[in-house]
Each structure stands twice: as structure tokens, then as C-alpha cells.
Design a protein around this ligand. Sequence first.
Ligand code: ADP
Length: 584
Amino acid sequence: MPPIEHLASIPDETLILPPDVSATALREALNQLAKIVGSNNVQVHTKESMKPDDEGHYYNLPKEHDLFYILEKDTFLASGLVAPGSTEEVSQIVKLANKYLVPLWPVSIGRNLGYGGSAPRLRGSIVLDLGARMNKVLDVSVRDCTCLLEPGVSYFALHDYLQKNGFKNLWIDNPDLGGGSVVGNALDRGAGYTPYGEHFSMHCGMEVVLPTGEVMRTGMGSLPGSNTWQTFQYGYGPYPDGIFTQSNYGIVTKMGFWLMPDPGGYQSYLFTFQNDSDLPAIVESVRILRIGMVIQNSPTIRNTLLDAATYGPKSDYTTSEKPLQDSEIDEIANKIKVGRWSLYGAMYGPKPMRDLQWETIKATFMKIPGAKYEFAQPVAEGEKMSVLQMRDETLRGLPNTYELGWLNWTSPRGSLLGFSPISPASGFDANKQYQMVLKRFQEFGFDYLGTFIVGWRELHHIVCLTFDKTNPSERKRAHRCIEALIDDAAAEGYGEYRTHLCYMDQLASAYSWGNGASLKFNEQLKDSLDPNGILAPGKSGVWPARLRGRGFELKRSTERKSESTMIAKNQPSNRRSISSHLKL
Ligand code: ADP
């Protein structure tokens, strides 16, 4: 990536200008940023400097664009990157951004795979790479089972820290991939699989740099000298923490979390179910046991192909390049000894407690005809790990990256686009959602890889669309497929809990109850907290007044056709980004 020293040699027309910012202003802003953080910690990005497709991977992510780009590679391209080393530096950066009207896109580590990675929603924004230098575990309390983290602490790093510093008694909770940021995941409302899996509800206290550069602490942290910042979530008065998640109202520089003490025993299990039509019965059973707290965590109900893809690419199983049909999937399920649906769960606590839970869990699921169960065995030397053995680690908070395997289902250049609708945790809704997605996947030519997760009372349906990003027509199909599904889901009263950059506007418009009251409220907050509109414009479909309605919102493909002449006024950079988007 060109370091800032190269800035002078980059022609004006090559710079990725954000709206309302001239080349001179961007140059000045980048040079001033270098004075705050040191020139080693600022980069300038151009189209030519984008990391080649064969270079970026999970441990070497491009920070200037989406690793798994779905529109054009440069649609969500950043103009630069700045890596602060302290809250004070973040505050200074934000003040500078206000002066030059340069938008900032904060990321913690930026491994937000399937949702845009570290790429900014608004082309030309500067990526605020918090994790590069702000990556310390600031505090751990054994008494309270809490920690205080900077944004760059990954699940791997937190686990490592606890193991090496005398805190082996404290477990962490990680999502499927362990390289992400604990702070970033909670801020995007991600989840994991131990009883502490609902990450936002397990956080306690934040330090936030507001879009004006002021710094505040939430909860008990706003009381000077407080000794309960990480133990009591609410403090006094209105509770603001929620507005800093999936939002563009602040930059979180410290965040507290509750950690689970070693439960004194653990046992993971797998139930396999033979029939595709078993899904409703499985979901009904999980809901009852989950709400009754017999099941203490969020088990996953995975389809055959997700497990198959974890073991190897589609070509290991078939020569077919079409979406696989029932009989072919049955064959694969038999071959790899999983179900058409497989439930991976775990019990936590001393053996007598687990024995009691197991009695009920086993009796419930074994009522479904054809169900079988097994427990994870230690991995024998030289043997390939089974999905159960992989899940066994994830379910006990051991970070890993096993699930990267299924990205390559149809191509070694595999990419992921996430689709994550929420519904009631009922068998009826699970099936309706499943059929809805299956139909669209058949129509657009993709295999359905997915998992259903009962959180508390809701069902997260995580659909993993894998595609080859180097194939433009496949990207186009993938894009249209999810676009159609967002509308299908909304028509049935289902909404996604999170989405890729290119659907943020579409999804925000789907949450339209009360004449769009929620979006209006979010915009009002935005305008009051960020009057210059410099923080993550467009995140979750929330645009600041300065940029709202100027053509930066992405419309559906069908609407865009009739709007191809709609170009934002006075914005050469925007004109470029919209026209490149329209190439699809
Ligand atoms: P991960 O690496 O765990 O996937 P990211 O760093 O990509 O997490 O964060 C996911 C999203 O959350 C980002 O795209 C950004 O919108 C938001 N985000 C992450 N970290 C912060 C932060 N410290 N302050 C504000 N928003 C953040």
C-alpha cells in the first residue's frame, strides 16, 4: 500500500476523493493526519494500489476494499487509512476530519467477512484502523470475571492473554472465526456459542469518541473514580450503549466484557436428523429447551452441505456444477455421516448437572424418527477432524478458523456474502424461511449452505452464499439473489439483523413501520451528534444531512435501471462510484 510519502507523486485524478473534498484538501488532511499519528501510520489508497485478488486472505486482509467484493472491486474503495495509537489521537483525528469534511470509517480489526470487511460504505472515506495499534487487554478481574479491551484485541489474542497471564479459569466466547475483534463483533451485534454468546448483552461499559472529538464513558464509567464500570451495565439516566452498535454515532476506543468462569465441566454433542423435513420439529424442540434454560447456549442446526463444505470443495463429492438436489444431498450426508440437519450443542457444568440436562435433551430430540446422537471424541493422531470436533472447540470458547473451509465450496477463490434474517423460533417460520431461500438459490444457481441458531426466543437464520468474486456474472447473480431475498423476507415480516454494505440502504428502507419513524429518528440523532457528517456515512442506511438524498444511497438493481441518469450533483467522485456500480 502506498505509504504517505508517495502522496506527492500521486496525480490528483488518481486520488479517491470523498464528496465535497478537493484533491488539495485530501492531501492536506492526510499530511495533517501523519503529524498526529506518525507517517508510518497513514496510507493513501488508489484504484491502482488495491491488493490483487490472489493476495488478500483472512490473515492478510485488504483494508482499502472488501476482500469479498460483490459490486465492482472499487465501489467501496477508501481514499486512505489512519491507525491511531490512543484515544487522544482518535479524538484529534476526528477533529481534523471535521475541519476537512473527510469521512472516517472506523474498524476494529476489519474481518467482517460477508458484510464488507473493513471497506467503507462511502467511497473515498478514510479507514480508521483502530486495531492496528490499539490492541491491548487493559484489565482483567478474576473476582468479577470481567475484562476491559481495546478494539484490536482478537478472540485469539484474548484467549492467549488469559492463558498466559494466570487467568486460565476464565473462558471467552468466540464466534465461528477467532481472528475478529471482540469489540468489533459486539458492536456489529455478532454472537458466539457458549452461554455468554450474545456479545452485546455481555458487554459492560464503553469509552466513546463522539463525532465532534469529545470523549465520553458510558454506564458507571461516567462517574469519576468509579469502581464498577465493568460490573454494572446501566449507570444512571438514559442508557446510550445501544446507539453505538451498528451505527455511526461514535468510535468505541475501550469496551468492557463479562467473561464466563470455567463451568466445572463441559460436554458437546451432535444429533443428526435424516430428513430435510425434520427442520420444524428440531426448531420447536430447541426453542422449548432454550427458553426453559435446559439448553444453556445457542446450538446450531446446520444443513448437510455446510458440513460437507467444511470438509472439502463440491468437486470432492460430485461432478455436477448445478445446485444439488435431494438425492445427491442424501448421498453426501451418508458419505460424511451427518444428517440432512445436524444439531451441534453443548452442556456446561459439573457432571451431575449435565446428566440431568442430558436426560431431557436426549429424550426430546430422540423423539424425532431417525435421530441419532454422538459425543465428540479426542482427535486421533493423523486423523482429519470431524465437524463435531471442530464445533466442540468453538462451543467451549476456543478460537479457531475451521469454518473458513466452506468458503471454497465451488471455487478456490471462494467468497462469502451473508444473509441473516431473524424470525420467531418456530418450526413453521424456520421452514418458511428455508423454503424461501432454497427457491431463490435454485433460481440463481447456488447451493444452499446454512445454519439456524436459536438465540433466546428468536431464530437467526445464517445463510452462507459462496461465490467466485473473480467471475463478474457470478457476482451479479449473487448480488441479485440476496437483493431479492431481502424483499422476499420483508414481505413475510422477516428482517435481517445485519447486512453487507451494498444492502444497507435497502434494508434500512425495509424497517419502515410508522412511515419510516425509526430511520427518521436515527437521522435526527445523526444530525445532532455529527453535524458535519464525517463519521461512517451510510452505515446501516443512516446518512448525515450533508450527504442525504444526493444519490449516495444504493437502490435495488431494478430501480437503478430507470435511474441511470440520477447522478449526485457536483460530485465527480460520486459520479464515478455510481457508474461503476451500474456496470453490474
Ligand atoms: P471484526 O474484525 O470482528 O469482524 P470489524 O472491526 O470489522 O470487526 O467491525 C465490524 C463493524 O463494526 C465495522 O465495520 C464498523 O462498522 C463497526 N465497528 C468496529 N469497531 C468499531 C469501533 N471501535 N467503533 C465504532 N464502530 C466500530
